[in-house]
Design a protein around this ligand. Structure first.
Ligand code: GTP
Ligand code: MG
Length: 252
């Protein structure tokens, strides 16, 4: 059975690192072998122990010193450098012979999705799915939610791998807010109706097209604090690769 690579992608601070940790804990309880790869050279403290860590090769701090650039320039150089060591990272990952590889991507999603490194990594590693995190605070307004749908769609266009949508840090939202976001994600017409009149420069047809293209999909509320949604992420990944067949049975 081929390894499955799961990339946690989302805007800065959306909860990628903590969700990586939470999902890893969940896989532990299911006794599914997995490794964690940290691709963020700027990560300071991580809540998990990475098995493969890009910081062993370079850190943001060292890049700033060596290239005499500020933190933003260093992020860009760091993202490009990650692409150059894709083969080495893959070799290191293979030593573990794990069934699932969780990949925690760098802070700013555009560095991973829009620069070439993300695509290089994903092509090199193979068999990937992205878990795209919707920031809860941005997601609660209709215009914020629409904006995140476009960003998530850009990741699909760019990386060309299946995507699972999750509503991150659901514990900070009320049940009503969560239900509303979930309804928007499955019913573009309701989202369109909830958009303020002055924001309706986007046509309903555009939303419906996105839905037809599979870019509007039911979102999974998740939380690294109360662990909700882990089983749902797992099921969604299985659905992508095995049409719903249980990974435990396949690997067992
Ligand atoms: N309430 C709540 N807070 C969370 C959750 N997940 C993460 N956080 C908090 O949100 C902040 C950012 O979480 P990270 O997981 O570091 O987010 P990230 O996307 O990896 O951030 P960058 O890599 O810096 O872009 C941290 O202070 C976490 O404690 C969650 O499920 N619930
Ligand atoms: Mg992080």
């Amino acid at each position: 059975m081929d390894q499955v690579f799961v990339y946690f992608v989302g805007t800065a601070g959306s909860g990628k690192t903590y969700l990586t940790k939470a999902f890893s804990d969940f896989l532990d309880t299911k006794k599914i072998s997995h490794v964690i790869v940290n691709l963020d050279p700027g990560a300071e403290e991580l809540p998990y122990e990475p098995d493969v860590d890009v910081r062993e090769r370079f850190t943001l701090e060292k890049i700033m010193e060596e290239y005499k650039v500020g933190p933003n320039g260093a992020q860009i150089i760091g993202a490009d450098l990650v692409g150059t060591i894709a083969d080495d990272l893959k070799d290191e990952i293979e030593l573990y012979d794990a069934d699932i590889v969780l990949v925690d991507t760098p802070g700013q999603m555009e560095l991973f999705t829009l620069r070439s490194s993300g695509e290089i990594i994903i092509r090199c590693f193979g068999n990937g799915v992205t878990v795209y995190l919707f920031d809860p605070v941005i997601s609660k307004t209709p215009s914020g939610f629409v904006s995140l749908v476009f960003m998530a769609s850009s990741a699909v266009f760019r990386l060309n791998v299946p995507q699972v949508l999750v509503l991150s840090k659901a514990d900070v939202l009320s049940d009503e807010e969560i239900e509303r976001v979930v309804r928007w994600s499955s019913d573009p017409e309701e989202l369109y109706d909830d958009l303020a009149l002055d924001r309706k420069s986007l046509s309903l047809e555009l939303f419906l097209m996105l839905k037809d293209a599979g870019l509007f999909r039911p979102i999974i509320p998740v939380s690294a604090v109360d662990m909700r949604g882990m089983e749902d992420i797992y099921d969604a990944i299985q659905e992508v690769f095995y049409g719903g067949e249980d990974l435990e049975r396949i690997y067992g």
